[in-house]
Design a protein around this ligand. Structure first.
Ligand code: LMR
Ligand code: MN
Length: 427
C-alpha cells in the first residue's frame, strides 16, 4: 500500500481517491474546497496533507502567486512531519518537489528540515549533507553551513565537495588561509573530481594571492582556465557572456562611449566639486580588497538604478551619465565616486562579470598613484578618462599624498545585444 495507516472509512477513502484523480488531471479548481476540507478533517492523514500541498502548489503555479507558493511549501513541510508514514519512493517524490519549490521561492532555510529528514532516512547519502551545506550558504548562513561541514567531514574526511566548501568557509569566514589551502588542495588537486567548479578554483587561487604566493596562484589560475572555469588565467570573472571581445585596456575611441568620456572630461571640475561636497556620506569598502590603507566610495547608480535621492547631491555628474543609457542602465555595474587615501594598496582582484567595461575619470591627487590591469600599469590624470575591463586581474597603489578621487562609470560591454542588456540578471 502506498499510504500505510490511512483512514479505513470508505467515504474518505473514496473522497481522497477522487480528489487525487482530479488533481492528477490538473483540474485543481474543481476540487479545491474538497481537498481543503479533507485536509482539515483528516489531520493525521499523510495522504490528505499531501493532496492539499499539491493543490496549493498547482494554484500557486497557475496564478504565479508567491503567497500561495509559501503556503504550498508550508503544507509540504507539515506533511513531512509525518515522514515515517511515507514509503521511500513517496518521500523522495515529496522532498524533490518541496526542495524544487523552496529553491524557486528562494527561502533556502526552509530546506533544512527537508534535508534533515532525507539524511535520517538515507544516512549513507552524502549528497544530502552537501546540498544542505549549499542551502545554508545560499541563505547567507555560513555559520550553519560550517556545522554541517564539520559533521560531514568527520564521516567522510576525503569528500572533495565538502572539503572545497570547508576551504571556502575557512578562507572567507575565519581568514585561516593555510588551512583553507590544505582543504582546497585535497579537494582540487589531481584529476578533476566532484569539486571541479569555477568558484572553488577562484577561491583556491585567491587564497594564494592573499598569502602573497603569486606563482602558485598563477598555476591554479592556469589550471582553472584550462578546465574552462575562467576566460583566461587573468580574466577570472564568474558571470560571463563568452563571445565578448576580451582585453584588459580599451581605447575609448574604439567604443560607442567616446561622447560620454568627452562630456565627463569637459565637466571634471564640477564633478570633482560634487564628489568632494558629499564626503561625509562615503562608505568604507568592505569586501576585504585592501591589503592596507583606506578606501571609500559613494554609489550614485547600482545595478542600473539610482540610489534614491543621490543625484540631488551630484546633479551635474548625473545629468552627464544619464545621457548614456548603457551607463545608467548597466545592471551589471555601478556609477560611483571612489576615494583612496595615501599609503593604500588594493590587492590583486577581479570583478564579477565580463559584461561591463569600467571608465575612470581622474579628479584629484593622482600623482604617484598606479593601477595595474593584467600586465600593464597606468596612472590617472586629473580631468582625463581611461577605460579597462575589470574582469581582468587589477591592483591599485597610492604612494602619493592627499585623497585620490576618481569617478567610476561602468558601461555595458559594446558587444552585448539589446536583448542581452534587457534580460541578463543584475549583478
Ligand atoms: C578597482 O576597481 O578596484 C579600483 O579601480 C578602484 C579605484 O578606486 O581605483
Ligand atoms: Mn576592482
Amino acid at each position: 500500500d502506498q499510504w500505510p495507516g490511512e483512514p479505513s472509512d470508505p467515504f474518505w477513502r473514496q473522497e481522497l481517491d477522487s480528489v487525487e484523480e482530479q488533481l492528477q488531471q490538473g483540474s485543481w479548481a474543481a476540487v479545491a474546497e474538497r481537498a481543503e476540507a479533507a485536509a482539515a478533517t483528516l489531520r493525521d492523514s499523510a495522504r490528505a496533507q499531501w493532496l492539499v500541498a499539491r493543490l496549493l502548489d498547482l494554484q500557486a503555479e497557475a496564478r504565479r502567486d508567491n503567497r500561495l507558493l509559501s503556503r504550498a511549501i508550508t503544507a509540504y513541510l507539515h506533511l513531512l512531519k509525518m515522514n515515517e508514514r511515507l514509503s521511500d519512493k513517496k518521500l523522495l517524490e515529496v522532498t524533490n518537489r518541496a526542495l524544487d519549490r523552496i529553491k524557486f521561492r528562494g527561502s533556502y532555510l526552509s530546506a533544512e528540515p527537508v534535508y534533515k529528514i532525507l539524511i535520517r532516512r538515507f544516512p549513507d547519502k552524502l549528497e544530502y549533507r552537501n546540498n544542505l551545506t549549499i542551502s545554508f550558504l545560499m541563505a547567507n548562513r555560513a555559520d550553519l553551513a560550517e556545522g554541517v561541514l564539520k559533521e560531514t567531514l568527520q564521516l567522510w574526511p576525503d569528500d572533495r565537495v565538502a572539503l572545497a566548501h570547508y576551504g571556502f568557509i575557512l578562507k572567507t569566514q575565519h581568514n585561516r588561509l593555510e588551512e583553507a589551502l590544505a582543504a582546497f588542495q585535497k579537494a582540487l588537486e589531481g584529476d578533476a573530481g566532484a569539486a571541479n567548479e569555477p568558484r572553488f578554483y577562484y577561491h583556491y587561487g585567491d587564497t594564494f594571492l592573499l598569502l602573497g604566493r603569486h606563482a602558485e596562484a598563477h598555476e591554479v589560475h592556469k589550471k582553472g582556465a584550462a578546465l574552462g572555469h575562467f576566460l583566461s588565467p587573468a580574466q577570472r570573472s564568474l558571470y560571463n557572456v563568452p563571445r565578448l571581445k576580451s582585453k584588459p585596456w580599451w581605447n575609448i575611441d574604439e567604443t560607442p562611449y567616446a561622447k560620454l568620456a568627452r562630456a565627463l572630461e569637459k565637466s571634471w571640475r564640477d564633478i570633482l566639486k560634487e564628489g568632494e561636497a558629499a564626503k561625509a556620506i562615503y562608505e568604507k569598502e568592505k569586501e576585504g580588497l585592501k591589503e592596507r590603507g583606506e578606501w571609500s566610495q559613494l554609489d550614485l547608480f547600482v545595478r542600473g538604478q539610482e540610489i534614491p535621492n543621490r543625484c540631488k547631491r551630484a546633479p551635474v555628474t548625473c545629468s552627464i551619465v544619464r545621457a548614456e543609457a548603457a551607463a545608467v542602465g548597466c545592471r551589471r555595474g555601478q556609477i560611483k565616486f571612489s576615494a583612496i587615501e595615501p599609503g593604500t594598496h588594493v590587492r590583486p582582484h577581479v570583478g564579477p562579470t565580463n559584461c561591463r567595461l569600467r571608465m575612470h575619470l581622474g579628479l584629484s591627487n593622482t600623482k604617484d598613484t598606479f593601477i595595474r590591469v593584467d600586465q600593464t600599469t597606468r596612472q590617472w590624470q586629473v580631468g582625463k578618462v581611461f577605460m579597462f575591463d575589470d574582469s581582468f586581474e587589477h591592483e591599485v597603489w597610492h604612494n602619493g599624498t592627499g585623497t585620490r578621487l576618481v569617478l567610476i562609470v561602468d558601461v555595458w560591454h559594446p558587444d552585448l545585444t539589446p536583448s542581452e542588456r534587457r534580460t541578463l540578471p543584475a549583478i
